[in-house]
Write a protein that binds this ligand. Structure first.
Ligand code: IMP
Ligand code: MG
Length: 169
């Protein structure tokens, strides 16, 4: 395993993203919607950089079976407990890979008539995209390697690592 993004670099990306988000959402009482489980660390750090009224909600989706391979089809494992109708929803994701997961979620949310839906992702693997996705707030692009740490897992392990690492084959 080797370190790809040290925690200080993650922290400055989170601060920059929070500044961009604050500029757009300060008076909108947004609903920040984290996709479980991977986004929990990022979302926890992000909301603590935001100094205006907001709400936090989670949805649990599953696209990966076990291990590193996407099954390519998405299920809602735990749905929303809050209405998003008329709300400004900001989806928060750890990583955009093929794009299948967030494309599914954005479509699912839009049917529920929110006032707006945007996407914030900490990392992006653009070379892997299968479905086009507009990332409104992006931390950084990463190479096509399997990453762990800062919420990202391999078979549920390594989410607790404070830095982002490349998991070697
Ligand atoms: P997508 O649907 O292919 O865009 O996959 C997105 C989901 O796959 C993310 O929410 C992650 O949970 C998972 N994923 C994609 N790439 C990685 C990785 O490098 N490490 C850990 N999880 C990943
Ligand atoms: Mg995820």
């Amino acid at each position: 395993m080797h370190r790809l993004v040290p925690r200080a670099e993650i922290a400055s990306a989170v601060k920059r993203l929070a500044g961009e988000i604050a500029g757009d959402y300060r008076d909108k009482e947004p609903l920040l919607l984290g996709i479980l489980k991977g986004s929990f660390v990022f979302l926890a750090d992000l909301v603590r950089e935001l100094d205006f009224p907001l709400e936090v909600e989670f949805i649990r989706l599953s696209s990966y079976g076990s291990g590193r391979r996407s099954s390519g089809h998405v299920r809602v494992v735990q749905g929303l407990r809050t209405s998003v109708r008329g709300r400004h929803v900001l989806v928060v994701e750890d990583i955009i890979d093929t794009g299948i997961t967030v494309a599914f979620l954005l479509d699912y949310l839009r049917k529920k008539k929110p006032a707006s839906v945007r996407l914030c992702a900490l990392t992006d693997k653009p070379s892997r995209r299968q479905v086009p996705v507009k990332i409104d707030y992006l931390g950084f692009s990463v190479p096509d390697r399997f990453l762990v740490g800062y919420g990202l897992d391999c078979d549920e392990k390594y989410r607790n690592l404070p830095d982002i690492h490349v998991l070697e084959d």
